[in-house]
Design a protein around this ligand. Structure first.
Ligand code: F6R
Length: 248
């Protein structure tokens, strides 16, 4: 893991936006697609705002972009206000020229007996697109990436998971109460994430300082699933000073 410390979230987000712009443009020249793995939550909001600005002010086109989101709450439809599909439409997709068919978010409403097939199909779609060029990640206080909670192994693939109680507590405000937070989610696995060609993990603020230090400095362990990123050959943590404050 290469850790880059920025004064604030703004600069760290800009740097990733520039990388995304570069790969989109490079692929445009050769008539190919750029494949992005995307995250939701508060962390990537500035990044998406900058991508929208590039589209609006610089004419950056997303016509050749294919996206795969990390995860979705199980049981929520795409138009539920707290669904990750809704989040992506609001924060990015509705503001750029990406074809709807190019955007993929796991289906939160798939029937139990179809979950396995649906998750396999998600993995196959990623492979059919040529694999993920750039994967964007946030990190949860449990050490999760996507919704790979403690106990998730490095070979885990897209699947139905149970959310950690700390994760549900952290989401309580968005859902107006912990009792309303879904108990399960569908998430890409740690192995799915590790297959991406390049990974950027973003983290801001004091609340992420401890888990960032654990992910970067501890021996890889499924107690902190983000620590498995240490085995990735091309993984950068873009963090602000607060999130970096417990690194030795
Ligand atoms: C979101 C996701 C999660 C979040 C993490 C941090 O798609 O997969 O791993 O990245 O929970 O959330 P925020 O950014 O809200 O602190």
């Amino acid at each position: 893991i290469q850790t880059v410390i920025y004064d604030g979230a703004e600069g760290a987000s800009m740097a990733v936006a520039n990388e995304i712009r570069d790969i989109i443009k490079e692929r445009q020249k050769s008539g190919k697609n750029a494949v992005l793995g995307l995250a939701t939550g508060s962390t990537p909001v500035r990044l998406y705002r900058e991508l929208i600005r590039m589209h609006r002010d610089e004419g950056l086109s997303f016509a050749n972009v294919i996206t795969f989101n990390l995860d979705e709450y199980y049981g929520l439809s795409g138009d539920h206000p707290e669904s990750y599909r809704r989040f992506m439409q609001d924060q990015l997709f509705d503001h750029v020229d990406i074809p709807e068919a190019n955007t993929h978010v796991p289906d939160g409403l798939v029937a139990r007996e179809e979950v396995f097939a649906s998750c396999s199909a998600y993995e196959e779609a990623i492979n059919a697109a040529g694999g993920i060029d750039i994967q964007i990640l946030g990190i949860g206080r449990t050490g999760h990436i996507g919704f790979n909670e403690p106990g998730s192994g490095p070979d885990s693939r897209t699947r139905l998971v149970t959310l950690d109680s700390l994760t549900r507590r952290d989401a309580a405000r968005d859902f107006l109460g912990e009792q309303n937070v879904p108990r399960h989610a569908i998430t890409m696995g740690v192995g799915t994430i590790l297959d991406a060609k390049k990974v950027f993990l973003l983290a801001w603020g004091e609340a992420k300082a401890e888990v960032i230090a654990q992910a970067v400095e501890e021996t890889p362990t499924d107690i902190i699933p983000a620590s498995f990123l240490q085995s990735h050959a091309n993984c950068v943590f873009n963090v602000d000073r607060s999130a970096a404050s417990q690194l030795t």
